[in-house]
Ligand binder design. Structure first.
Ligand SMILES: N[C@@H](CCC(=O)N[C@@H](CS)C(=O)NCC(=O)O)C(=O)O
Length: 305
């Protein structure tokens, strides 16, 4: 296996992973799948990331990409074919993805956990501790409001599809993958999905088009094999500190990078990139070797240690 092949660390039921699997389908990429545990601890994953535990994480050689926003940009840059971010529409794709994560994923996560009464306790206790936007005690009484919020988000997708086959026009883009993931989550995880998805004819036709895109092709890899790939590769990341960066940190500064929303575990490393679009730090691990861990700029805090 060569160092520039794509490895996705994920589990089947993850809607954020589904967003990326659909993007791989749009591109028609062959990739390697490492299945990660659904709950902590995830020692093999955090050996690569330095502490980031969310799903999914993408690895190419010794470069580790955290967050679907950063992963999508890297896939688009590395692989030819249909652009995930069509010319002039990159920012609107990102804005729609952020909208979908907040407006659909968050109530969708509450509905998945609040309506799926047979979910195992280890998953429930892990997720209630992780998703600080959910309150286990209050969830049962909040379900009607969450149904209403989720349904109104679905209606926005229906509205976007009135004049076109995809949310931004006649070509599929990252915005579609991002809006599709919560619909997929709804079908698979929310009891009452049929009711939520009724009277949304354009959305249901688009859903069929999205499902038909598939996930590209994949084979499985063990976590140990993915560490061996990281150890024997060299990062291709290029150092860049933008003049307009904030905070004004120097190259190689020891930093902590922390998600600003839930699951706020910091990753520490030496600063390699800080631009208006991305952050990257170098770190080393006994099993994974020297790696560069990448994040999107939006939604992450960077601070000197
Ligand atoms: N902002 C992140 C959010 C990812 C996220 O919240 N993923 C969920 C799974 S769908 C998660 O990490 N759950 C806890 C876990 O997998 O440990 C992204 O876009 O990748």
């Amino acid at each position: 296996m060569s160092a520039n092949e794509l490895i996705l660390h994920h589990f089947d039921a993850s809607p954020f992973a589904e967003k990326v699997r659909v993007a791989l389908g749009i591109k028609g990429v062959h990739w390697h799948s490492v299945e990660i545990p659904m709950v902590m601890p995830k020692p093999d994953l955090v050996a690569l990331t330095g502490g980031y535990r969310k799903t999914p994480v993408m690895q190419i050689g010794a470069d580790i990409y955290c967050d679907t926003a950063r992963i999508a940009r890297e896939i688009d840059q590395r692989f030819p074919g249909t652009p995930l971010f069509p010319a002039g529409k990159g920012a609107i794709c990102e804005a729609l993805a952020a909208w979908s994560d907040l407006t659909l994923f968050q109530p969708g996560a509450g509905l998945s956990m609040g309506t799926n009464l047979e979910l195992p306790e280890d998953i429930l206790s892990d997720r209630f501790a992780f998703f600080d936007f959910l309150d286990r005690e209050k969830l049962p009484s909040q379900l009607p409001e969450l149904f209403a919020r989720f349904r109104s988000g679905l209606q926005r997708i229906e509205d976007m599809l009135q004049e076109s086959s995809f949310v931004l026009g006649e070509s599929v883009s990252w915005a579609d993958a991002a809006c599709y993931a919560p619909v997929w989550m709804c079908r698979g995880n929310i009891v009452g999905a049929d009711e939520l998805l009724q009277n949304l004819p354009a959305l249901c036709q688009w859903e069929r088009r999205m499902t038909a895109l598939g996930h590209g092709t994949s084979d499985t890899l063990s976590a140990a094999q993915s560490h061996a790939v990281a150890r024997s590769a060299k990062s291709v990341a290029v150092a860049e500190l933008a003049d307009d960066r904030l905070p004004r940190l120097p190259l190689n500064q020891g930093v902590l990078v922390t998600p600003e929303d839930y699951g706020a575990v910091p990753v520490s490393g030496e600063l390699l990139r800080l631009t208006q679009h991305d952050i990257a730090v170098c770190r080393s691990d006994d099993s994974a070797g020297e790696v560069v861990v990448h994040f999107p700029r939006a939604g992450y805090r960077v601070e000197a240690v």
